[in-house]
Design a protein around this ligand. Sequence first.
Ligand SMILES: C[S@@+](CC[C@H](N)C(=O)[O-])C[C@H]1O[C@@H](n2cnc3c(N)ncnc32)[C@H](O)[C@@H]1O
Length: 179
Amino acid sequence: MSVSTKKILDMGCGEGWLARELSILGLSVTGLDVIPGLVQEAKKFGGAEFQVLAYEEISDSTITERFGAVVCNFSLLGKESVEHIFKVAPTILEADGYLIVQTLHPSIEQHNYKDGWREGSWVGFNSEFCDPPPWYFRTTESWFELFHMSSYKLIQFKEPINPKTGKVASLIMVGKVSS
Ligand SMILES: C[S@@+](CC[C@H](N)C(=O)[O-])C[C@H]1O[C@@H](n2cnc3c(N)ncnc32)[C@H](O)[C@@H]1O
């Protein structure tokens, strides 16, 4: 995926591994997360700026910087909180900025393929993540609608394959703020 930008907001950064990796590539990164313990851990490792903030609190007054891209890596778990991010992201993005989302591929839902709350699970994440909260499942169609209703142009849509299993590993979507 090629998105040219220098300033990134890592939304729901956890202990900040992605922010650190992007910083190594020469990008200027800010990570935010609602869990103080994870942000504390992220600050300990350094490599980027980190702050405690809930998605629900994001506005152009709580975040005064402007970013070239907001990256949400497996971090869009709620319903209203996620809808809020889609609504406010253009106000914290530069003109023509990007909203990049990687999420569980909707095909993981075999028997109940409709939007709704699901039991929590951090399977695949490290032990810093405990006590998983419920999360809101969205169908592929629902993700599409979220981008379109929030006035992003969906410019990339990828379904990476796990080369070992041959199964789809995730869903990656890149929206561009329509200017
Ligand atoms: C599955 S973890 C992913 C963390 C990281 N992006 C990664 O790739 O390892 C989801 C993260 O999103 C954060 N998160 C979820 N809902 C949030 C909210 N409403 N406000 C802020 N952070 C939130 C959680 O605290 C958690 O650290």
